[in-house]
Design a protein around this ligand. Structure first.
Ligand SMILES: Nc1ncnc2c1ncn2[C@@H]1O[C@H](COP(=O)(O)OP(=O)(O)OP(=O)(O)O)[C@@H](O)[C@H]1O
Ligand SMILES: [Mg+2]
Length: 260
């Protein structure tokens, strides 16, 4: 059936394998050909200049865009053609570069809706009251985890920008994903907010796999185990933070004089 993941050979360590994935918009190639792997438990960053194709790659991985070529295998299943809602049910959670909280709803409601979105089917087998209790409990745990419990009843719009970004991470966590795809989690944050978010991401990565796009190099170098560098729709380097800092091509393409 179209859109249903098909089973292929299972690998015990690799959670995600991206094989020569590409995306064209008309005559324009946003992602030429990207191949990379993500191991279970890995905390991996994707960096690169504006327009390198990072968000387009995420859009393909989370089912917002259909790839023009290539293949994605997740937990041994070919998910290349799977739509976003199927991927969410498979354990791939995604946040966006632009803040996407429901501004008029409370902080708790934002998380509660996310919990419910994926739990609905299980909860059909329980009493309504029990399902509601479980949803609230889970939403409360997520708010504790992201440090927003004191604002639970406040409208999301009243939060600072940094707290709204943390709420977005909470919304992703609420769906209990195995793999989180976070697009610029610290975009627009103050340095203090970015440091707090780095701590949060570290904690999340203790029991989940995280692939994130980020321009804040202090954040990337301080937290990522591996860094993938994209430029003009391709991967130009991959390595540890120390290797990436020392790579002449990466310095030319992106890091410039940051690490003289
Ligand atoms: N829907 C679309 N239609 C046409 N072109 C697009 C579309 N989406 C992205 N592009 C183009 O594809 C290229 C890659 O964009 P993308 O958003 O993936 O870059 P990025 O690496 O995320 O950049 P940034 O760091 O600025 O977020 C850009 O030139 C962009 O203008
Ligand atoms: Mg982007």
């Amino acid at each position: 059936m179209a859109g249903t993941p098909q089973r292929v050979a299972l690998s015990s360590e690799l959670l995600l394998t991206i094989e020569r994935l590409g995306k064209d918009f008309g005559n324009f190639t946003a992602v030429q050909e990207v191949s990379l792997t993500v191991r279970r438990g890995e905390l991996k960053a994707i960096i690169g200049p504006n327009g390198a194709g990072k968000t387009t790659l995420f859009n393909m991985l989370s089912g917002q865009l259909k790839p023009s070529r290539g293949r994605t295998v997740y937990r041994g299943e070919d998910i290349t053609a799977a739509p976003a809602h199927v991927l969410a049910h498979c354990g791939i959670g995604r946040s966006f570069q632009i803040t996407t909280v429901f501004r008029g709803l409370s902080v708790l409601e934002n998380v509660r809706i996310a919990v419910q979105s994926l739990r609905h089917r299980h909860y059909d087998f329980m009493s309504r009251a029990h399902a509601l209790d479980l949803t609230r409990e889970r939403a409360g745990q997520v708010l504790d985890n992201i440090g927003l419990t004191e604002y639970r009843d406040a409208p999301a719009a009243s939060l600072s920008h940094g707290d709204q970004r943390r709420l977005e991470i909470g919304i992703v966590l609420a769906t209990d994903p195995e793999l989180l795809l976070l697009d610029e989690p610290t975009a627009g944050m103050s340095r203090e907010e970015a440091i707090a978010t780095m701590e949060l991401l570290r904690r999340i990565a203790e029991d989940r796999t995280v692939l994130f796009v980020e321009h804040n190099m202090e954040f990337v170098m301080g937290i990522a185990q591996t860094i993938v560098v994209m430029q003009s729709g391709t991967v130009i380097a991959e390595g540890s933070p120390a290797e990436i800092r020392a790579d002449p091509q990466v310095r030319r393409a992106y890091l410039g004089n940051l690490y003289e």
